[in-house]
Design a protein around this ligand. Structure first.
Ligand code: HEC
Length: 193
């Protein structure tokens, strides 16, 4: 009996050693450090489409590599939206050329600054706030107003805790950019009867 259990624990150790060997030889299919994995998820998740200012090239707008993820550029003009243009049979929504400003039935929303700037970005955020914001769809970690369209929190919020933590680690690794985002503007008041 003693011998048998000796043999079986030996084979367990062998199996573990083999598994470790296999794991260390295997080429990782996705980046492994949280920051690397976060970068990968943020890139495939399309966050840059709305959260990065753009530069205009012959091929159209591309993310401005000097201001990645800094959100709607403070002080940019807010184009006038023709009164009544956004309605159930007209425009469903509109966006500026850099896609950091969006207008729709919800009013006007400005893509947030996701760089770790203390005053205007994610600098003061905790990992938990980031996760709760994306899970609950409420500003500032679930403590404030509903997040407006077109921020796709409903789908992003379904990612695992580990994936959300990795994205947060990536944003925190970026150079902080001071760029205050204006408050959202409510929709035009319904015309008086
Ligand atoms: C289609 C455009 C769009 C895409 C794509 C997008 N966002 Fe947003 N995001 C916005 C807008 C607009 C806001 C501001 C919403 C508001 O004012 O309520 C916002 C706000 C946020 C906020 C701030 C919420 C708060 O509480 O202050 C976070 C965090 C965020 N986005 C993360 C992400 C991440 C991470 C991704 C990619 C996985 C992403 N966004 C992709 C448009 C977008």
């Amino acid at each position: 009996m003693k011998q048998i259990s000796g043999v079986s624990s030996f084979s367990v150790i062998c199996a573990l050693a083999l598994a470790l060997l296999a794991a260390s030889c295997a080429k990782p299919e996705t980046p492994q450090s949280p920051v690397e994995r976060g970068k990968y998820l943020v890139m495939v998740g399309g966050c840059t489409d709305c959260h990065s200012p753009k530069v205009f090239t012959a091929m159209g707008p591309v993310p401005d590599s000097t201001r990645l993820f800094s959100g709607f550029p403070a002080g940019s003009p807010i184009p006038e939206i023709p009164k009544g243009a956004i309605n159930p049979t007209g425009w469903g929504g509109m966006t500026t050329n850099d896609m950091t400003l969006w207008a729709g039935p919800w009013g006007i929303s400005f893509a947030y600054n996701l760089t770790p700037d203390m005053a205007t970005g994610l600098g003061g955020w905790t990992e938990d706030m980031f996760i709760q914001t994306l899970r609950t769809g409420k500003f500032m970690g679930g403590m404030s107003r509903n997040i407006l369209p077109p921020m796709p929190w409903q789908t992003i919020g379904q990612m695992s805790d580990d994936d959300l933590k990795a994205m947060f680690a990536y944003f925190k690794s970026l150079p902080p950019i001071h760029n205050p985002i204006p408050p959202a503007i409510p929709p035009e008041a319904p015309p008086a009867k």
